[in-house]
Design a protein around this ligand. Structure first.
Ligand SMILES: [Zn+2]
Length: 326
């Protein structure tokens, strides 16, 4: 039987999606993975947390751990898919609250979690001071002795439940995905794109690539998705938001939209109005795709739900195109 929680949903296989509360409900997930072999015995379970969300999410994660009958001392690993702040902003705080946890992070991300000053500066550049203060709060450093750098094939053992990490660049160079053999599911952070539950129809989930700053690389993204598909996943756990199924269909849709994004980018690469043209083009692309899925939300509502992503995706496309020129 699935359990119920104040801030989390039970996805089965001892995987729990905690709604971090960032931006809006069902926008940003942190996952708790427990050891199924020991399920029900509470205090003997080992836990892994995959992505945190911002500082404000930490209380929700800790409460969910308590509702599972566990204690924060049982968190053995905090695994970051990548170090964007909507995934990693609360990592330092959660590590303080979980004294036995080790942090698992891509080598390119490790030094920024140990000394977050560059991370804070780049968040300020993208989002501005007010947004960073309000949404993320103070980003805390993590002692180097608690940080483990990932490599392809790194296996994390939760007393017999194994999670396997490998690099999946394309959204960010410091991105990893995590394979969970038990649920035949892949935790993909932002690599496999965004899938908001508001867009679900009887045809299933809508998924779209994210090109947010500063490492968007369409070819690397394609290669990473191909790697993910080699596992034949039954489920994808995206950060934004939660578990999605019928993965082969999502993969095809993702690739189609990604190609359209590339075409749009290259068409207006040198246009002085390109930022606005990208925003307009992305919105109409998403609306067209959503209509094909049978989504009946108004254009205004779609714009409201995707507006922030469209702004960031347009910024990221510009950075990608500028890098192509050099
Ligand atoms: Zn990201």
């Amino acid at each position: 039987m699935l359990r119920s929680f104040e801030f989390a949903s039970d996805l089965g296989f001892d995987i729990y999606a905690v709604d971090t509360g960032f931006v809006r409900p069902e926008f940003d997930a942190s996952y708790i993975v427990a050891n199924r072999n020991k399920a029900g015995t509470g205090l003997e379970m080992s836990l892994a947390v995959i992505d945190v969300g911002p500082n404000a999410a930490v209380l929700r994660i800790l409460q969910t751990i308590q509702e599972l009958g566990c204690q924060s001392t049982q968190v053995a690993y905090l695994i970051l898919t990548h170090i964007h702040l909507d995934h990693a902003g609360g990592a330092g705080l959660l590590m303080q609250k979980c004294p036995n946890a080790k942090l698992i992070v891509h080598p390119r991300g490790a030094r920024h979690m140990i000394d977050p000053s560059a991370l804070i500066a780049s968040a300020l550049a993208v989002h501005g001071q007010d947004h960073v203060d309000q949404e993320y709060g103070r980003i805390l450093p993590i002692p180097a002795t608690r940080v483990i750098e990932t490599f392809d094939g790194l296996k994390i053992d939760l007393d017999g439940r194994v999670l396997e990490c490998f690099a999946t660049p394309g959204h960010a160079k410091h991105h990893i995905s995590i394979w969970d053999k038990l649920s035949l599911g892949m935790f993909t952070g932002d690599t496999f794109g965004l899938s908001y539950r508001e867009f679900d129809t009887d045809q299933g989930a809508f998924i779209m690539p994210t090109s947010s700053p500063v490492h968007f690389d369409p070819q690397a993204l394609r290669d990473s998705l191909q790697k993910i598909m080699q596992f034949k996943p039954n489920r994808i756990y995206v950060t934004h938001y939660s578990a999605v199924e019928n993965v082969p269909r999502l993969y095809q849709n993702f690739l189609r939209i990604l190609s359209e994004v590339e075409v749009l980018g290259k068409r207006f690469a040198l246009d002085p109005q390109r930022h606005d043209l990208f925003k307009k083009g992305l919105l109409s692309l998403y609306i067209q795709e959503l209509r094909m899925m049978g989504c009946e939300l108004s254009e205004a509502r779609i714009d409201e739900l995707l507006g922030m992503d469209i702004e960031l995706n347009a910024q990221g496309m510009e950075i990608w195109l500028d890098a192509l020129q050099t």
